[in-house]
Design a protein around this ligand. Sequence first.
Ligand code: ZN
Length: 326
Amino acid sequence: MEQSTLTLNKIILAAVAAVLLIVIIPLAMKSKDNTVEKTEKASMTLNKLTPEEERVIIHKGTERAFTGEYEHNKEAGTYICRQCNAALYSSEDKFESGCGWPSFDDEIPGAVARKLDADGSRTEILCASCGGHLGHVFEGEHLTDKNIRHCVNSISMKFIPKGQEVTTEKAYFAGGCFWGTEHLLKRFPGVVSTRVGYMNGHTKNPTYKQVCEGNTGHAEANEIVFDPTKTSYEDLAKYFFEIHDPTQVNRQGPDIGEQYRSAVFYTDEKQKQIAEKLVDQLKAKGYKVATELAKADTFYEAEQYHQDYYTYTGKEPYCHVYQKRF
Ligand SMILES: [Zn+2]
């Protein structure tokens, strides 16, 4: 599909969704038990915060310079989100900047979202999984070869020494516009981080424009890193089948084209068998499942502006809603 047509479709749908929301929200507000709230909030397990942690992480405060516990920490390990445990930074990317806060010149792929700060000039950084405030990111200071400084509040993170990190697994799903599926999948308990990208096509390093033109064979896909001690691949895959419509062929709602097909790209035989079992269960319930099951090929990460699209833009997804199917 042409990008312009796609954009137009999205705008029209967003407008329709906005009108619906104006009607629906006042009704939903009356009931604490509405599905939207359940899917958006209750499905993510967050750690309880102290008042000082809350001041920084929720209310976007800043801890006093030179006071944080990790400023000079040189131990090898991983820095995770204080609020949701998502892995954010590796000690390998930490450097001494002298600025008074822990500094990193790189992030764990997909773990950190960026947003124009309320002050209108700086770039705020947030945990891509829970939206917790981390600090700010600066470029062009020439402090390291990468020329980037993530200036992070110690209190927004928790340090896990090397060897004590949780071993994670990956899952790959495609179910229409990857903005919407990512927005919902990253809220699932046990999901550590997510990225959007292009998979299982026949060209190398595709761009969004090429994929939208529909000739590369790629699907808009999500890479999900999850903690197998908190969730299983089966529970995650079930949830995937419930946040998109697996009966639609080469489309998902308003988005039409092979790149919007429903697919599970399995990484091993175990994932394949689970996906087959779930498809069989859905078929037994009468769903004409169109989901492609295929071995995961190369995952090409999409352009930065597609990552955590809804967190970054503050918009709400129009294309995916949770519907119980199992
Ligand atoms: Zn978080």
